[in-house]
Design a protein around this ligand. Structure first.
Ligand code: ZN
Length: 376
């Protein structure tokens, strides 16, 4: 993890994307940088730093550089020691914040964390957040109905994380949903978010855990098989004929005997030689749960998800293994789909949209039994 001082630039205002009229959107707090030892702050206009606990404001002058540091649980800036967290406020109208190459339009909060470092948090409306998530999670060139289905899934997914008891709700990385500010925004993204404003997926009155993944390869996975979570009807897994034309529907991976031996040894096997690899257990969708490795010390059963993690989720694309062939020096593994397989298959959503299916049909297909409704 990088430990460099972050550079935050408060720059001139650019018009934010137009928000659709409708119910008030909830706020979401996104950690856009974590564990920074200090922060360099450059101001293009006069701004205020406000202690969130007391409401007290301190002015920072225009066109100046400041160093912000965490200090004894609080935050030190321009000779003042403030209690954490603090908010950066523009003195005249809205400002945009630049961090690295990304632009942020929400309020910026600085929080001194438990490790004595700074977390930089953007506080913005959920709808504005989605303008930034959508192009990072799905290509803006894809058909509009697929983008709208993604907007509803991403909105639902994000809402489950909103928790005022925590310093922030979500991170900007793959742990939740990828978010890089709102620089890549375009009219199709705005339309997908605005035309589904406030819509979420619910099942029996609760928000669905609206997972999604790149391609399922013919059948989506249940959240129970993937992670041992209690499963509800929308995440039980469905047959999916739609993603078949996708180039991600099939993959191959060569696993050398050497790598496999190292892997079983890391799983506390005393083996010195491996002699075979087979699928041991499958889930209802056909994905491998466990594999069995024959070794000079007997059989070793390993979890397919562990293997995927070990050999790389970009190379070992799924646990939907269709064949394992012994070849010279190792095993040729063939499989289907890309990703964990739970919830909406994005490639399938794209092909459903090409076939003129609406975003509601797409969502009903991948989250059966869920209703599409306005959030409370
Ligand atoms: Zn699919």
């Amino acid at each position: 993890m990088k430990r460099l001082a972050a550079l935050l630039l408060v720059c001139a205002f650019t018009a934010p994307p137009p928000a659709a009229a409708g119910p008030v959107s909830p706020r979401i707090r996104v950690a856009i940088a974590r564990n920074s030892p200090s922060l360099k702050l450059k101001t293009a206009s006069q701004i205020y730093v406000q202690e969130m606990r007391t409401g007290q404001k301190f002015m920072l002058v225009q066109n100046a550089s400041y160093e912000v540091r965490p200090r004894s649980g609080g935050i030190a800036v321009a000779g003042q020691e403030l209690s954490s967290p603090v908010k950066l406020l523009a003195s005249a109208g809205p400002e945009r914040i630049r961090l690295g190459k990304h632009l942020y339009k929400g309020d910026i909060i600085l929080h001194a964390n438990q490790d004595g470092r700074l977390d930089i948090i953007e506080d913005l409306s959920l709808e504005d957040y989605l303008y930034g998530v959508l192009p990072a999670e799905m290509s803006p060139d894809w058909p509009l109905e697929a983008l709208k289905a993604q907007a509803v899934a991403s909105r639902t997914y994000a809402m489950r994380f909103i928790n005022p008891a925590k310093p922030y709700d979500v991170t900007n990385g793959v742990e939740t949903q990828v978010y890089n500010g709102t620089s890549r925004i375009n009219p199709r993204i705005i339309e997908a978010v605005n035309s589904t404003r406030g819509e979420v997926l619910k099942y029996k009155g609760s928000l669905v855990r609206a997972y999604f993944h790149a391609a399922c390869g013919g059948h989506t996975a249940s959240s129970k098989a993937a992670w041992g979570e209690a499963v509800t009807k929308p995440l039980y897994g469905v047959a999916d004929p739609f993603c078949k034309p996708s180039r991600h529907s099939r993959w191959q991976y060569f696993l050398s005997t050497k790598e496999l031996l190292r892997f079983v040894q890391a799983q506390s096997s005393t083996a010195l030689k491996v002699a075979g690899l087979k699928i041991h257990q499958k889930d209802r969708s056909g994905r491998a749960l466990t594999l069995r490795v024959s070794t000079d010390r007997g059989y070793k059963t390993v979890r397919a998800s562990e293997m995927r993690k070990r050999f790389g989720t970009f190379e070992f694309r799924s646990t939907f293994i269709t064949s394992i062939r012994a070849v010279s020096g190792g095993y040729q593994i063939s499989g289907r789909g890309w990703g964990h397989g739970v919830g909406m298959c994005q490639e399938g959503a794209k092909y459903m949209a090409y076939k003129k299916r609406s975003y509601k049909r797409i969502l009903r297909h991948y989250y059966p039994g869920a209703s599409i409704t306005q959030h409370d």
